[in-house]
Every structure is written in structure tokens, then in C-alpha cells.
Design a binder for this molecule. Structure first.
Ligand SMILES: Nc1ncnc2c1ncn2[C@@H]1O[C@H](COP(=O)(O)OP(=O)(O)OP(=O)(O)O)[C@@H](O)[C@H]1O
Ligand SMILES: [Mg+2]
Length: 266
């Protein structure tokens, strides 16, 4: 049994409730054991299925007013969890309840059409987020100006650097006035000026949005921006609590793992 419900009743203090959530990706691919046999049997590889359990029996709830930092190693399941909460990815088992509208521009840059300009993508992004044409038109200039991309805003996005694309994605996400703001690695490609501007904007939104989720490898940002944190490892929720404590436990875990591999190496 699995479900995702988006609820609009204000009669609760919860923003998100996740119960016993598991998400499994199934990918079919052609198994090619060696290069030589791959060449020999070109195009006739054996079909195989790989299953990745990206989220394993995770439960938590988040109340209004929370800015939740999510940390963990590459492949831990952070983006998967965010996609599921945003309704992009259905749960395999378990349930997710979300009260209100979430901003869905997660992995920034994904979802953009690179043949279109930044400005055109802003309009599409706004419509995709559920705003009316009128609302989008009223906001498009503000969103475009916020990126500080100058003339580039009317150039095709394929001509953008990754940081420039991130600026467009971030600007769209934060100007949608979501009930729940979800930001996945928005800050990783930004330069110092953009980071500062993004931090200020997030601080402002933290107070107006009902809840915020921030995925980042920047542990300093997590401590600075969030009032709670969760640590995921290989799909399992390892810890939830004060950002300081969770970050410290995660760093301790990394240290132990590093010394274990060093010992193995010797
Ligand atoms: N579309 C997909 N199809 C198949 N497997 C996927 C897909 N997306 C992610 N995965 C797998 O799910 C697991 C969790 O990936 P996820 O992207 O959620 O990690 P993450 O914590 O966001 O990592 P990162 O810090 O690198 O962004 C990984 O093992 C990854 O290989
Ligand atoms: Mg990710």
C-alpha cells in the first residue's frame, strides 16, 4: 500500500507526515560482462534488472515553522525523499501527507528546456508550479531581475554555466510563495555573491513559508539556516535532532569510516 496526499486543511500543525516510506527504483539494463564479449555480441546483451532501495522504512513528521536540513553521503536518498514529498515520485510502500503546496524545483536546472531562454523557462516553471498565467506574468520580471543575469536572461539556457542555471532555478522556486519550500543543493554551484543573496532570501522565506527543507553538503549552511536536521545513510534515517548534534554525529561517522578504510588500505 502506498499513497501521497496533498491536503489543504489548515486545521493541523503539521506540514509533512511520512510513514514507513520505502522507495525502490527498478532499472532494466543490458549486462555486458567484459568488453570483448560486449563487442562480440554487440547489441545482444543479457537483460537484467537492478533494484535500488533508495529509501528504507523512513518515518517522520515536520511541524509548521520548521526549517529541516537533510544531510548524508552521495546516494543516501536525500533527493529521492525530496522528490517523493514534492509528489514527483510515488512511494513504493508507505504514505506521505503534505499540507499545502510545495515548490517543486528541486534538483535545480532539471526540468528546464535548454533550447529556451531563462525568461521563457521562468514562465514555464511558474505555470508548472500551479500559478495562473496572470500570476506568472505579474512575477516573471521580478524573478528574472532577481537572477542578475543581465542580457543572458534572454539567451538560450544551453549557453549558461551551471551556476547561472542554478540562479534561475532558485529564483523561480523562492518566488512561488510555496507553503513548503524544498531546496535541493541550490547553493553548490553558486558563487560567493549568489550564496549570500540566496542565504538572505532563504532566511526571509523561512519566516514566511510554513516549512522548509534544505538538502546540502554544506554543513555550515545547515547549521546556520535550519532549526532541525535529519541524516540519511543508504536510505535509512540515522538521526533527527538539533542541527549541531546531527552534523556532529555525521562528521564523526565519516571520520570513523575514513579511518576504517585507511586501516584496510594498510
Ligand atoms: N532515477 C533513478 N533510477 C535509478 N536509481 C536511482 C535514480 N535516482 C537515484 N537512484 C539511486 O537511488 C539512490 C539514492 O539517490 P539520491 O539521488 O536520492 O541520493 P542523494 O542523497 O540525493 O545523493 P547526492 O548527495 O549525490 O545528491 C542511489 O543509489 C541512486 O543510484
Ligand atoms: Mg541529491
Amino acid at each position: 500500500m502506498s499513497s501521497l496526499s496533498v491536503l489543504f486543511s489548515p486545521a493541523t500543525d503539521y506540514a509533512v507526515k511520512v510513514e514507513d516510506l520505502s522507495i525502490t527504483y527498478r532499472t532494466t539494463f543490458e549486462r555486458k560482462p567484459t568488453l570483448r564479449s560486449a563487442l562480440k555480441r554487440f547489441g545482444r546483451g543479457e537483460r537484467a534488472i537492478k533494484e535500488v532501495q533508495a529509501i528504507k522504512n523512513v518515518s517522520f513528521d515536520v511541524r509548521n515553522g520548521t526549517s529541516m536540513g537533510i544531510i548524508g553521503a552521495n546516494g543516501a536518498g536525500k533527493s529521492t525523499l525530496m522528490r517523493a514529498m514534492a509528489g514527483i515520485l510515488p512511494p513504493t510502500t508507505g504514505s506521505i501527507e503534505v499540507w499545502g503546496r510545495a515548490s517543486t524545483l528541486l534538483a535545480l536546472g532539471v526540468g528546464f528546456n535548454n533550447a529556451l531562454s531563462g525568461r521563457e523557462n521562468i514562465i514555464l516553471g511558474g505555470l508548472a508550479s500551479g500559478l495562473s498565467r496572470k500570476e506568472v506574468e505579474a512575477r516573471a520580471d521580478l524573478i528574472a531581475d532577481w537572477t542578475e543575469l543581465g542580457d543572458f536572461i534572454d539567451m538560450p539556457m544551453r549557453t549558461y554555466s551551471s551556476g547561472m542555471s542554478a540562479r534561475v532555478g532558485f529564483s523561480v522556486a523562492v518566488h512561488m510563495e510555496p507553503d513548503i519550500l524544498m531546496i535541493d543543493e541550490a547553493l553548490s554551484t553558486g558563487d560567493a555573491h549568489f550564496r549570500e543573496k540566496a542565504n538572505a532570501k532563504m532566511a526571509e522565506l523561512r519566516d514566511s513559508a510554513r516549512a522548509m527543507f534544505l538538502v546540502s553538503h554544506g554543513l555550515g549552511s545547515i547549521k546556520e539556516m535550519c532549526n532541525e536536521a535529519m541524516w540519511l545513510d543508504k536510505g535509512t534515517l540515522m538521526m533527527r535532532g538539533e542541527p549541531e548534534e546531527v552534523v556532529e554525529a555525521y562528521m564523526e561517522f565519516l571520520k570513523v569510516k575514513r579511518s576504517a578504510t585507511t586501516t584496510e588500505d594498510i
